[in-house]
Design a protein around this ligand. Structure first.
Ligand SMILES: Cc1ncc(COP(=O)(O)O)c(C=O)c1O
Length: 389
């Protein structure tokens, strides 16, 4: 659905300062975005790896096209509905980095495959057959990658995290042979996502752990090469692992997401990327000299509690003014504690927050103001927001 169709037109504010905008308002620092895009693209180019950024990190097709202009071969999408938005925007090479195994969704996937080069992850033979039959009926050839499960550290799994995927190289090879004989599925390679791992801060232990996570994939790749099965795409990686994972010879492409706009949660793991996503808020109350009420709340800002052990890291910092800190978030409002000069904040003043969890925060907003040096240069729809089907 287009922004206009939702009846939520962005106001005509090009040329205005961020301090004049109605709030809460999502904002991109476009210079920081361009530097982040180029940093990742340049790094992977030098390593001879392809870049396939993950769309779920921003859900903004204008940003996706900027990544493609900078050399990305295409994008990853988590969901079919998000992939549809990418195809609408003209992105042809799309990897849906998940399984699609429910009939109503398979039909939707096939309609998409009729107009874009879509690849999908498979981890079960019955799903492969289901997809093959549907692809045959739709008259398309669907690209398939085997998903091998990257076994993350015990603590991540203990917290309840899991992913689909095949757990042994032998099972992966059996599935690959099965896919290879299906007429309408094209075996293109393998994917393993090691992303949840990097909570490990020590660089040596982190590297060892990431490589250990890929153990099943390495074994599978050896078996697949011996059997002459396609390993043309070996897709891995995220913002916190791309340096280590791109050292692996067999890896052909990386799928980082957060690096482009960043968030305070990931910035501890990949400090080379700049915060480029902000949430602008107005002071709407000054109930006490050391407290301000802001107009952002749980409906416009997502915090990352479940993903961090550090309670303070979860609170988005207020970056536009010193000595002001968020200390409570309710549905529509937040409370900030003020000290020093921050006590001069008055009703109507704007502050800028750096979200701790970028993508879900963006999912609350219809559009983002594109700022250059604090002035609105453009307004981009977050056109795949809400695309979780
Ligand atoms: C399969 C997959 N690939 C890539 C990414 C991108 O990770 P990051 O945002 O850390 O770059 C994600 C994020 O969760 C993911 O689920």
């Amino acid at each position: 659905m287009k922004t206009e169709e939702r009846g939520r037109r962005p106001p005509d504010v090009v040329g205005r300062s961020w301090r004049e905008l109605d709030t809460p308002a999502l904002a991109f620092d476009i210079d920081a975005i361009d530097r982040n895009i180029e940093k990742m693209a340049g790094f992977l180019r030098e390593r001879g790896k392809r870049c396939r950024p993950h769309f779920k990190a921003h859900m903004c097709s204008r940003l996706a096209l900027r990544q493609v202009e900078a050399g990305a071969i295409g994008l990853c999408a988590a969901k079919v509905s998000a992939a549809e938005i990418l195809a609408d925007a003209g992105v042809d090479d799309i990897l849906i980095a998940n399984q699609v195994n429910v009939p109503v969704k398979i039909r939707r996937l096939m309609a998409l495959a009729q107009r874009a080069d879509v690849k999908i992850l498979v981890d079960a033979a019955d799903n492969a057959e289901q997809l093959d039959e549907a692809a045959g009926a739709a008259g398309v050839k669907l690209g398939a990658l085997i998903e091998v499960r990257a076994r993350s550290d015990a603590s991540t799994f203990a917290k309840g995290y899991t992913r689909n995927g095949v757990d042994t190289a032998a099972d992966a090879a059996t599935l690959a042979i099965e896919i290879d004989r299906l007429p309408n599925l094209e075996l293109r390679g393998v994917m393993a996502y090691e992303g949840p791992h990097p909570k490990e801060q020590d660089p040596t232990r982190r590297r060892d752990a990431i490589l250990r996570d890929f153990g099943v994939m390495f074994e599978y790749l050896e078996a697949a090469k011996r059997a002459g099965l396609s390993c043309e795409i070996v897709s891995v990686g995220g913002t916190a692992t791309y340096r280590i994972s791109s050292e692996i010879d067999d890896v052909t492409e990386l799928q980082p997401g957060s690096y482009v706009v960043m968030n305070t949660m990931k910035s501890r793991l990949a400090p080379e990327f700049e915060q480029a996503l902000f949430l602008i808020s107005s002071v709407v109350g000054r109930p006490e000299p050391e407290t301000a009420v802001l107009d952002v709340g749980m409906k416009s800002l997502k915090m990352s509690k479940q993903d961090t052990t550090d309670a303070d890291a979860d609170r988005p910092p207020i970056v536009s003014i010193d000595r002001a800190a968020l200390h409570h978030l309710s549905e529509e409002h937040a409370a900030a504690s003020l000290s020093g000069d921050a006590r001069k904040l008055a009703i109507g003043d704007r502050v800028m927050l750096a979200p701790s969890y970028g993508a879900p925060t963006m999912n609350y907003h219809d559009f983002a103001y594109v700022l250059r040096d604090g002035v609105v240069e453009d307004v981009w729809p977050i056109d795949a927001r809400g695309c979780s089907q």
